[in-house]
Design a protein around this ligand. Sequence first.
Ligand code: G4P
Length: 199
Amino acid sequence: MKILEDRILKDGQVLGHDVLKVDNFLNHQVDPMLMQQMGEEFHRLFKDEKITKILTVESSGIAPAVFAGLAFKVPVVFARKHKSVTLKDELYTSVVYSYTKKVSNHISISKKFLNSDDRVLIIDDFLANGQAVQGLVDIIKQADADLAGIGIVIEKTFQKGRELIDKEGIHVESLARIKAFEDGKVIFMDEANTINANN
Ligand code: G4P
């Protein structure tokens, strides 16, 4: 998605060899106009899939997921990372290891909000090692719901997440696919749109 790639080049900062900081429009400050365009793009990509629910994980998946939900006109559920006093029983849970933060989180979703009638689209901000998405896929299996596909805002193709998902034969669409970071430069899979992003 050209507008997203342009925004990454304008506002993204490459940290080290494998991290892209995008807190200007996605991970801290959120650009709702861009989120809306991304929601519409996810709708265009998955509109024939009879989606009944969007699923994500808190916190940074919520903004793109809500705009996808708006485009599909379906509810959005986010898995919680911390146990809530109002969410005690009747939970689907899975364990997600974060390579970036080096911690394991239990993620959970109330059984009230996901069931075997649902056809689910997972939305997340980053696909890196694929742990978050795998936790959500596990929860969808526990609910005996159908997984229609996975929509990702920014995929880092050089990490192992995509390979893990492809092995399961799941339909994945990423709005921006990053092949590498080289000397502070973002290299996209479609190389036409590659310039310096080292501001
Ligand atoms: P995964 O997202 O594919 O599971 O991979 P990984 O375990 O490496 O990611 C752990 C966390 O780091 C996730 O956020 C993920 O979104 C984020 N992340 C991974 N790569 C990048 C990157 O290049 N840039 C940024 N900004 N984030 C990255 P999380 O722990 O779920 O946190 P949050 O959603 O509460 O922000």
